[in-house]
Design a protein around this ligand. Structure first.
Ligand code: 13P
Length: 252
């Protein structure tokens, strides 16, 4: 029922020329109708990416957005600005924004709400740290990070479960750990929305997802795709993950 979504978060990688080369190669690969695909280049590459992706099914995400439409917010960009240059998605609340740049649940929710009001679809990131997992507080953290999401529009919302200890570390959550967390998050979404709506919201896994572990993770019933960092920077590995999702969609 839920269509797989494979999203590449490029973080602070790829200027305009590398972005063009990547997207041209990606467009040259066979499209996979069973899987939604999104790429998220840095801000300066978004206009070029938007131009190259015109007419394709591949979505374009920004990596952050401010909650106001305009104003004295040096260094920030508004949803309206992102829509104007052709973005259709935005990633909100990434753990790197939380740990390095002071993002909180409150600011993440404000960004998500403003983005949706301007017509952007939101990939909302949550996930526990290693210390939180080891002190058995994972569920408590996921519950508080999803608190208040009910104010968002469920049809334009994707949640990304990214255990912080698995991001960029090569240490992936086991398929069982991912499924357990995703099922718990779905329960939180049921309370925030309704059972029916929660069933339709895609929950992506992120954290050292790569071609070699994609199939086993994506086979789990509540894992509806991936938010991929390092392995999304190379067209071959990103395409291999898209193919793994297509195989899972076909029940293989
Ligand atoms: P890695 O795939 O490099 O672990 O990064 C995951 C991530 O943070 C995606 O948003």
């Amino acid at each position: 029922m839920r269509k797989f979504l494979i999203a590449g978060n490029w973080k602070m990688h790829k200027g305009v020329s590398e972005t063009s080369a990547f997207i041209e190669s990606l467009l040259a690969t066979d499209p996979t109708p069973a899987v939604d695909v999104v790429v998220s280049p840095p801000f300066t590459s978004l206009p070029t990416a938007a131009m190259l992706l015109t007419g394709s099914e591949i979505g374009l995400a920004a990596q952050n957005v401010h909650w106001e439409s305009s104003g004295a917010f040096t260094g920030e960009l508004s949803s309206e600005m992102l829509v104007e240059i052709g973005a259709s998605w935005v990633i909100v609340g990434h753990s790197e924004r939380r740990t390095l740049f002071g993002e909180t649940d409150r600011t993440a929710r404000d960004r998500a709400r403003a983005a949706q009001q301007a017509g952007l679809k939101v990939i909302y990131c949550i996930g526990e740290t290693l210390e939180e997992r080891e002190s058995e507080r994972t569920f408590e953290v996921l519950e508080s990070q999803t608190d208040g999401l009910g104010a968002l529009e469920s049809a334009e919302l994707v949640v990304a479960y990214e255990p912080v200890w698995a991001i960029g570390t090569g240490r992936t959550a086991s398929p069982e750990q991912a499924q357990e967390a995703h099922a718990f998050v779905r329960g939180c979404l049921e309370r925030a929305f309704s059972t029916e709506r929660a069933e339709s919201i895609r929950i992506l896994y992120g954290g050292s997802l790569k071609p070699t572990n994609a199939h086993e993770l994506l086979s789990k019933p509540d894992v509806d795709g991936g938010l991929i960092g390092g392995a999304s920077l190379d067209v071959d590995s990103f395409s291999a993950i898209i193919r793994a999702a297509a195989e899972c969609a076909a029940g293989e």
